[in-house]
Design a protein around this ligand. Structure first.
Ligand SMILES: Cc1cc2nc3c(=O)[nH]c(=O)nc-3n(C[C@H](O)[C@H](O)[C@H](O)COP(=O)(O)OP(=O)(O)OC[C@H]3O[C@@H](n4cnc5c(N)ncnc54)[C@H](O)[C@@H]3O)c2cc1C
Length: 273
């Protein structure tokens, strides 16, 4: 966390230090462009969230000098398998893709953010925390950002990388045309015995819906399943209740303890299309 005072002015104000904001900051730092990254959280989130990193993303991270370390922290999966119960319907291979990264990298989002932040610091940058931007006003010469403390930052440009409920997007009058899925989902990161092992991502259709099992580093698995009726707020982890029908091998599982638990959360993720 960078607690040094904010400058009065910068060329580019980046609001939000998730993967998008950090990637932009690394790009600007490598190009010698003046910028300030602001985030309202006192420290980065520690959840696994976007855990499937595809080849094209790794190609971009190659250019940022961040892919090698990220690959070392993840596991490489070369196929997705689609099943009806225990019967395999089809396999989607990635190992013939014309890329330096013919696989999907399974790695928690907190690792991606950690690697990008380390790269940013190596280039002399950092994230200013905690600073919540509450107002963004544009005029002929630039942008004025106001924090929840009343402090202001003047910038040539403001970039909104502040996630789904973006203050910058709303201030800019940019619409958000996404909508919510009609289905509800349960999501859990668990440790379990799983017959297909960590070499593939499994999508299993059953009478009660779809179950996705994706390997994560450290013997962990991400489980996502459709459920009939998700509560508005996450329930306590109960991974055994995540199964909607017989998977390839009924797992023995336990939800992950410790700070990196995504938990057995339920909800209706918002789409952007
Ligand atoms: C439970 C869960 C599971 C998910 N699983 C997947 C998955 O499997 N695959 C996938 O592709 N995606 C997944 N996602 C979505 C994925 O996490 C997001 O798409 C991704 O984080 C977006 O990155 P971002 O950098 O645009 O924004 P974010 O990661 O949302 O970062 C935005 C940052 O902006 C900061 N911020 C917000 N408002 C302000 C403000 N006003 N002032 C200052 N700072 C602010 C926030 O603190 C945050 O650090 C999941 C999300 C959740 C919640």
């Amino acid at each position: 966390m960078d607690t040094t005072p904010l400058p009065a002015r910068t060329e580019v104000a980046i609001v939000g230090a998730g993967p998008a904001g950090l990637a932009l900051a690394v790009t600007l730092a490598a190009s010698g462009i003046d910028f300030v990254v602001l985030d309202r959280l006192a420290e980065g989130a520690n959840t696994s969230r976007a855990a499937v990193v595809h080849a094209r993303t790794l190609e971009v991270l190659d250019e940022l000098g961040a892919s090698e370390e990220l690959i070392a922290r993840g596991i490489q999966v070369t196929r997705f398998a689609v099943r009806d119960g225990s019967r395999r319907l089809l396999t989607v291979p990635f190992d013939k893709l014309p890329t330096a990264h013919p696989y999907t990298l399974m790695v928690p989002q907190y690792e991606t953010e950690s690697v990008l932040l380390a790269r940013l610091r190596a280039l002399g940058g950092d994230v200013h925390r905690p600073h919540e931007v509450t107002s963004v006003v544009q005029d002929e010469d630039g942008v004025t950002l106001t924090m929840s403390t009343g402090q202001t930052l003047r910038a040539g440009y403001a970039v909104g990388t502040d996630g789904m409920h973006s203050t910058v997007r709303e201030a800019s009058g940019i619409g958000f045309t996404g909508s919510a899925y009609s289905e509800s989902f349960v999501l859990a990161d668990v440790v379990m015995d799983w017959a297909p092992g960590p070499s593939e991502v499994s999508l299993t259709f059953g009478t009660a819906g779809l179950t996705v099992v994706a390997p994560l580093p450290g013997g962990h698995y991400r489980v996502v399943a459709t459920v009939d009726d998700a509560p508005d707020t996450p329930t306590s982890p109960s991974s055994s209740s995540c199964w909607t029908s017989a998977p390839p091998a009924r797992p023995r599982s336990r939800a992950l303890p410790g700070p990196h638990v995504s938990g057995c959360t339920t909800g209706s993720p918002t789409t952007t299309g």
